[in-house]
Design a protein around this ligand. Structure first.
Ligand code: UQ1
Length: 489
């Protein structure tokens, strides 16, 4: 676990600006509301259990079959994926009260459900990776049918999917939310470097590699530290620099980095990104570029990491002049963000667009090819930043539109592209970027309190570190948290 000074940054108790106090009071009020809601919900749950007990005997029973004899089963809704989107959507559907046990099925091959936004905090030594996971099965309501299996193929023309064990599931509606995969082999030498405990190469993007990040940060005493971000689509485009700002702060506190005189500091810091700017939204990009310059971090823009060989990192000059070719840099510390892309069974299916993402309408989340297919989250074509916060706004739209369409109505609910990136800029401060389609800011506390969220704040840090992980496991995956709109019941 982390250095204690990181848990309570200097001044945390005595230097709170008034705006932080207001935000914290708002959160306290929300928490108080939750406590009273909890009491009400416990009473309601007791009576609901009674009703559920009566309902079980009439629940649809499925024949058990041997592996040699693949089964064919039918559900009203099949949800492919038990991640943030899959759990939120399945439970929101269930809470609507229109489905019987086993009407809705979730398909996911994994054993653990991870709170991935927390892996930056693991990299910063603020949490352990074990604190941020729960067995997937434990998060699924027993009234949902859970297939702990990999999907092999999607057959939207036949309204069915096939599992890796050969079983076939047919559906009235299909929700495709399996997320995206991390392509470690997209960078030559990366899998070997990550697996080598002596190589100072790590990544906050995987359960297996995020614990190595803080170890390598602590080990570095001098030399070149490089943080990379690839060209192309990734989950949470702010995370590659969130971990850089935390590491910079750690080295600053350890006396190894002086932002005002980087040239004479034992450690040099570079941000090598495949993109031409610090962030995709101009408002926040300007604030982050200012931070980069003030803190003496070298910006290697349009540098896309392609290979690691010993202590040498090679970058392709992404988006630039092809004649510029490749650049090689020596490093003593390397934080890598690999390329990411759609799962093969999605990419190879008829629901995918040319890039391999599930082709859906930007507003309704309904497939542009099949009226009974839906998608949200990382696997979808929705042109917004891929984050858990985005799911809080996408899930209610998808669920509302799917239910309308089951009743023969038009899908009228509209998603505006809302997403958010709580960006750690140091221990104790977060810049809470919130925006919608086309990079237009949509700030919750900006409109509520009239403050500028491009300014990093302490209250947002506590939200990121403590409030979001708590509300995620307690409410969001259960279908009762709608992000900036608060609790839904
Ligand atoms: C949010 O609801 C959420 O989910 C729990 C996050 O964690 C992944 C977030 O990062 C954000 C920003 C939200 C949005 C909620 C508010 C109150 C701004």
């Amino acid at each position: 676990m982390g250095n204690k000074t990181h848990r309570r940054p200097p001044g945390a108790t005595c230097r709170k600006p008034p705006t932080d106090l207001v935000i914290l009071s708002l959160l306290t009020m929300l928490l108080a509301q939750t406590t009273s809601m909890l009491a009400a919900r416990t009473a309601a749950a007791c009576s609901a259990t009674g009703i559920a007990a009566l309902a079980v005997p009439i629940a649809r029973k499925f024949a058990t079959v041997s592996a040699a004899n693949p089964a064919s089963r039918s559900h009203k809704v099949v949800v492919v994926g038990g991640g943030s989107a899959g759990l939120s959507i399945s439970h929101q559907l269930l809470l609507h009260g229109k489905f019987r046990p086993d009407d809705i099925a979730i398909v996911d091959p994994t054993e653990w459900h991870h709170y991935q936004p927390g892996w930056t905090l693991v990299g910063g030594g603020l949490k352990t990776r074990e604190q941020l996971r729960q067995p997937l099965k434990s998060l699924i309501d027993p009234k949902l049918k859970f297939y702990n299996e990999q999907v092999a193929t999607l057959s939207p023309d036949e309204d069915s999917i096939t599992l890796a064990n050969g079983d076939k599931l047919s559906y009235e509606h299909l929700v495709v939310v399996p997320g995206i995969k991390i392509d470690y082999s997209s960078i030559k030498g990366l899998p070997e470097a990550l697996a080598d405990p002596d190589a100072p190469v790590s990544s906050i993007y995987g359960y297996d590699t995020c614990a190595k990040v803080f170890d390598t940060v602590k080990k570095l005493q001098n030399g070149n530290a490089i943080f990379t971000q690839p060209a192309g689509v990734i989950k949470c485009a702010g995370a590659p620099q969130k971990i850089m700002w935390l590491a910079l702060d750690h080295w600053k506190r350890a006396g190894l980095y002086n932002p005002r005189n980087p040239a004479s500091s034992p450690i040099n810091i570079s941000f090598a990104t495949g993109l031409p700017v610090m962030f995709g939204v101009p408002k926040y990009s300007a604030a982050l570029e200012k931070l980069r310059q003030e803190r003496g971090v070298e910006g290697l823009f349009q540098h896309d990491l392609v290979a690691i060989d010993g202590n040498k990192a090679t970058f392709a000059r992404a988006g630039g002049d092809p004649a510029a070719g490749q650049v090689t840099r020596e490093f003593d510390f390397l934080h890598v963000v690999p390329k990411m892309g759609p799962q093969d069974f999605v990419k190879n299916s008829k629901v995918a667009n040319e890039a391999g993402y599930v082709a859906v309408a930007d507003a309704t989340t309904r497939s542009t090819k099949y009226p009974n297919v839906w998608s949200a989250g990382d696997a979808s074509s929705l042109p917004t930043s891929k984050t858990a916060a985005a799911i809080t706004a996408q899930a209610p739209v998808l669920v509302g539109n799917l239910l309308r369409s089951m009743e023969g109505k038009k899908p009228e609910l509209e998603y505006d592209g809302y997403t958010s990136c709580p960006l750690t800029t140091e221990y104790g401060k977060v810049l809470l970027a919130e925006f919608k389609y086309a990079g237009v800011p949509k700030e919750t506390f900006g409109s509520l309190l009239g403050l500028d969220q491009a300014v990093p704040r302490r209250a947002f840090y506590y939200m990121k570190r403590d409030f979001f992980p708590w509300v995620y496991f307690k409410y969001m995956v259960k279908g009762t948290w709608a992000g900036p709109k608060g609790w839904t019941r």
